[in-house]
Design a protein around this ligand. Structure first.
Ligand code: THU
Length: 137
């Protein structure tokens, strides 16, 4: 399957959402790794949300781009993420780190669709057997 076919498969404009992630990466503060990251997603009411990574002299304090995305989700009305794309400074799709997969799970659940390096996948495939809110019920 080619990349273009993957983007078109579910009728969603993945290329458009990726372009919003590329824009977000331009705001990254990544002086230590020199690895800008941008992320863009839609909330279930259609809101577009974006985030970029923000590094810190205390390296471990670094905020991944997805942290900004999730904060923006809650700041602008809450709800749940439905579609997400994460890119590096070259505009290439990257996989969210393990911690950020957990963030996406909390804020999108198993049905959130993520553009991955191997095509569009639901979070249930990206983070199988995830620990989540229902485990605390
Ligand atoms: N980074 C993200 O923003 N999201 C990820 O899912 C992977 C890693 C950032 C953190 C750090 O600023 C840089 O990429 C290099 O690890």
């Amino acid at each position: 399957m080619t990349e273009k076919q993957t983007y078109a498969a579910d009728g969603f404009d993945w290329e458009g959402l990726r372009a919003h992630a590329v824009d977000a990466a331009k705001h990254a503060y990544a002086p230590y790794s020199n690895y800008p990251v941008g992320v863009a997603g839609y909330a279930d009411d259609g809101r577009l949300l974006q985030g970029c990574n923000v590094e810190n002299a205390g390296y471990g304090v670094t905020l991944c781009a997805e942290c900004g995305l999730v904060s923006s989700l809650h700041m602008t009305g809450g709800g749940s993420l439905t579609h997400v794309v994460c890119v590096n400074g070259s505009g290439e799709v990257i996989m969210p780190c393990g911690r950020c997969r957990q963030l996406l799970w909390e804020n999108g659940g198993p049905e959130l669709l993520l553009m991955t390096v191997s095509g569009v996948k639901p979070m249930s495939e990206v983070l199988p057997d995830a620990f989540g809110p229902e485990d605390l019920a």
